[in-house]
Write a new protein. Structure first.
Length: 77
C-alpha cells in the first residue's frame, strides 16, 4: 500500500507541475503584446494540441492498465 501512495504522490506532483506550466503559458500569452485575434487563434490552436495530447495519454494509460490487468490474470490462473 505504501508503494501506491508513493505513485499517487508522484502523479499529483507531476500534475501540479503541468498545471503550473499551463497557467504560466496562458498568462504569458494573455499579457503578450499581440493583437487580440492573434492571441485567441494561438490559444485555440494550443488548446486543440493539448486536448489531443491528453486524449492520447489517457488512451495509453488505459491500454497499459488493461495489459497489466490481463497479464496479472494470466499469472494467477
Amino acid at each position: 500500500m505504501n508503494e501506491n501512495n508513493d505513485k499517487n504522490a508522484l502523479v499529483y506532483l507531476l500534475a501540479g507541475f503541468g498545471l503550473g506550466a499551463l497557467i504560466g503559458a496562458l498568462a504569458g500569452l494573455l499579457f503578450a503584446p499581440k493583437a487580440g485575434t492573434e492571441t485567441r487563434d494561438e490559444l485555440a490552436t494550443r488548446a486543440k494540441d493539448i486536448k489531443g495530447k491528453t486524449e492520447e495519454w489517457i488512451a495509453e494509460q488505459r491500454a497499459k492498465r488493461h495489459a497489466t490487468k490481463h497479464s496479472s490474470e494470466e499469472v494467477g490462473a
